[in-house]
Write a protein that binds this ligand. Sequence first.
Ligand SMILES: Cc1ncc(COP(=O)(O)O)c(C=O)c1O
Length: 373
Amino acid sequence: MHHLVVTTRPPPRCRELAALADEALAFHRTLPGYAPTPLHDLPALAEDLGVASLRLKDESHRFDLNAFKVLGASFAIHRWMADHPGEWRVTFTTATDGNHGRAVAWAARRLGAEAVVFIPAHASPARIAAIEAEGATVELVEEGYDAAVRAAHEAAASEGWVAIQDTASPGYEEIPEWIAAGYWTHATELEPLPHGPDAPDVDLVLLHAGVGTWAAAIAAYYWHRYGERRPRIAIVEPSTAACVLAGALTGRPVPIDASRRTIMAGLDCALASSTALAALHHSVDAFFTIDDRWSLAAMRRLAMPRAGDPQVVAGESGAAGLAGLLALTSEAALEPVRRHLSLDDTSRVLVWSTEGATDPDHWAEVVGRPVPA
Ligand SMILES: Cc1ncc(COP(=O)(O)O)c(C=O)c1O
């Protein structure tokens, strides 16, 4: 399924987000061990896919946390503490499919604060253990991610905890905006190349979405920095959890039936973030969906590259951007999307691998070899 946007326009609150993003970047630079994550060139894969160039930003080493999510959680917690000086006995809570919860636990522990993380009971044991290893209390929720979000908000209200949630709903917008501002660092790290001062050295960017907060943040970055000279942007989601596409089609967040699981656990969400959807709705060029087999193919291709390309360890959700490109360059049903995005042999494409092997056993099973040390 897909949806094409004919007349795009800048997302709302771009300027406010940019100001917060400057603050977030300055904060991230103070974190011990902070360093921009690598950008890889994949010339052999670009050749196989028939595009001019393919670059991939690799999050498998972010603070040893294996995912980009800490950029948002750490800044939101920092901002909350700055607004509440002296409140050191705080408990932060959140819901997660894995990465965001681990990030909240990590950021809370840095400050000596407690964290309680709600996670679907079907989450992989490795992802649950990684959150516990950061000292957080983990609460299993029988239903999926969206029930975990409700449980975290209810617990925050009844226990006096602070919800650091990466998805917005009416009346809960400020903290998700801080998280989105933190995600901008991800895009700023690509300056000055390929994000040059006047124009990007990129024609097409594929952003994968769970609730859409990360994609909305990166899309806002491109509009703010480049305006009409921005690259074309496409949003890719699992076909069984396409809540951002559903929202883009109806113009507001609508719950979808996400009872069929996707292996792309970080993207397995049934309701888009209200503010992310408002931002993405008209500001990107296309929304489309992919089956899990494309994520498996992307993980394997990155793990076992053709000569000339580096090896990249990408988890199931992390590989989704490249998975989208694999589908786009070979599925006949996606031809209208391909045309709309002007994807051809002159295209310079950028994808983001947003996590490493966050479920190492599953990665090893998919790839047929252990996770490299
Ligand atoms: C690895 C990874 N990539 C991408 C995303 C998508 O982020 P968002 O939910 O803001 O759309 C997530 C969300 O948890 C994730 O864990």
